[in-house]
Design a protein around this ligand. Structure first.
Ligand SMILES: Cc1cc2nc3c(=O)[nH]c(=O)nc-3n(C[C@H](O)[C@H](O)[C@H](O)COP(=O)(O)OP(=O)(O)OC[C@H]3O[C@@H](n4cnc5c(N)ncnc54)[C@H](O)[C@@H]3O)c2cc1C
Length: 427
């Protein structure tokens, strides 16, 4: 039996890994790019964070969007040209923002994320070089009320096994002394003890190498033009130049590009791209710098240290812009993000040795209810693993295992597969 996986980002590669682990011998992974992890998985925020996998459609999101419409500094920016494509998706997105729906969606994602952390260990990732750390992350809060609210939410997540401790200002500075210059602005933090960090692109490179040595075929510069489906059953994929790969089963894991490939076989995926930016600074190796990832809820920005010594970097990620598949860099958004980073670490980032950051933009594939689509479709042999939005690095390994178990007709024990089933959208 041959399985073709479309997409070698974190999700497609993890799917291939767990299919191989389940004993599938003939797996072909195809990707349009020249190597692994070059799409949205390339320079993301580097956070593996079960503490923060709640969907974006939180209660109150509609008010936020209306208040910030057209503002260039909005954390979530809607561009007018993207609005027509967002109407139906947006209605579903808003429908999921009631407190009960939001909570149910968040808890489903959290269970998947916790399982995903276990998957990292099971994959043998401890032996791979991807700047992995297990120090937890710090969600910093700027006033007592916000700290209380975050502590309450963290207590809710602890029901799913996510561990945390609440830090006052002194406790926060003891964990992260690099925040001392702005201590007066901070009330405290939640120390999310189960969060980890790692460079997703490096992880994908290591995972692809491991797959190749396990006999999985990896084909680069190989764009799938369309999925071949006939009489309700998948037959293979068509590549550019009239070439075809026959397959018994196909896994669609093409991130934000899954929508067009699925549409051609009659499946309308409720996924829209949300552009985000990251800035990667190379830090001055002689001076003290941040040691923990920091998420600032008020500023909507995450700052993650990566690596050590001469290769020490700081990855700054944030912002969401609904502008279709346009990946052009908007300098205003970059300047805004750089300004937020400097507010957190004014002394670290203004040192003369710190040069202009490397700028990157990626498209998060956002599913309308904030839960990825993982499982079978109504087309026989066509499986989805896509729509991971802002969570794909955190839940990607777990999504790979969840899909592989379903394809091998096994019931996953840790995760409720139904919560992620494409059938909830009639797919
Ligand atoms: C700014 C930013 C910060 C983020 N920070 C975090 C974070 O800190 N933690 C976290 O958990 N998540 C984060 N995310 C989200 C995470 O990066 C994504 O959810 C994840 O990378 C999605 O992985 P994927 O494999 O589905 O998609 P991708 O990585 O995009 O992979 C899809 C692959 O499919 C290939 N492809 C597409 N079309 C075709 C075709 N027709 N034929 C063949 N190949 C094709 C592409 O080349 C690509 O390699 C962030 C995202 C952004 C943008």
């Amino acid at each position: 039996m041959r399985i073709v996986v479309i997409g070698a980002g974190i999700v497609g590669l993890a799917s291939a890994h767990f299919l191989r682990a389940e004993g599938v011998r003939d797996i072909v992974v195809v990707d349009a790019a020249s190597g692994p992890g070059q799409g949205t998985s390339y320079a993301n925020g580097a956070l593996l964070h079960p503490s923060a996998v709640e969907p974006w459609n939180s209660p109150g999101i509609l008010g936020y969007l209306i208040r910030h419409l057209g503002r260039e500094d909005a954390a979530v920016l809607l561009r007018a040209r993207a609005l027509p494509s967002l109407v139906f998706w947006g209605l579903r997105f808003l429908r999921e923002s009631s407190p009960a729906r939001f909570r149910a969606n968040a808890m489903a994602n959290t269970a998947l994320a916790m399982d995903s952390m276990q998957c990292l260990r099971d994959m043998g990732a401890d032996a791979w070089d991807f700047n992995h750390t297990r120090k937890g992350s710090l969600t910093v809060l700027r006033d007592a009320r916000a700290l209380d609210e975050s502590a309450n939410w963290a207590a809710t997540l602890s029901q799913a096994g996510v561990r945390h401790r609440v830090l006052d200002r002194a406790g926060l500075l003891a964990v992260e002394p690099a925040l001392a210059p702005i201590a007066g602005e901070l009330a405290g933090a939640i120390h999310n003890l189960d969060d980890e960090t790692g460079d997703c692109h490096r992880f994908c490179v290591a995972l692809a190498a491991s797959l190749a040595s396990a006999g999985v075929q990896l084909r680069w510069n190989t764009r799938v033009e369309r999925i071949d489906a006939d009489r309700g059953r998948v037959r293979g994929v068509h590549l550019a130049g009239g070439v075809r790969i026959d397959a018994d089963e196909v896994v669609l894991a093409a991130g934000p590009h899954s929508v067009a490939l699925a549409a051609a076989v009659g499946l309308r995926l409720p996924i829209r791209p949300a552009k985000g930016y990251s800035l990667t600074y190379t830090l001055d190796s002689d001076a003290p710098g941040p040691s923990h990832p920091v998420i600032d809820r008020a500023l909507h920005v995450a700052l993650t240290p990566l690596g050590e010594g001469g290769t020490r970097r700081l990855r700054v990620a944030g912002t969401a812009e609904f502008c279709g598949h346009d990946l052009r860099i908007a300098q205003g958004r970059v300047n805004h993000l750089a300004g937020l980073a400097t507010r957190l670490y004014p002394e670290v980032l203004r040192r003369p040795a710190v040069e202009a950051p490397r700028v990157w933009a990626g498209l998060r594939p956002v599913c309308a209810d904030g839960r990825p689509l993982i499982g079978a479709t109504r087309i026989g042999g066509l499986w989805l693993n896509t729509g991971h939005g802002h969570l794909g690095w955190t839940v990607g390994p777990g999504s790979g295992r969840l899909l592989a178990l379903q394809m091998k007709q096994q019931l996953p024990s840790e995760v409720n597969a139904e919560a992620f089933s494409p059938a909830r959208f009639g797919l």
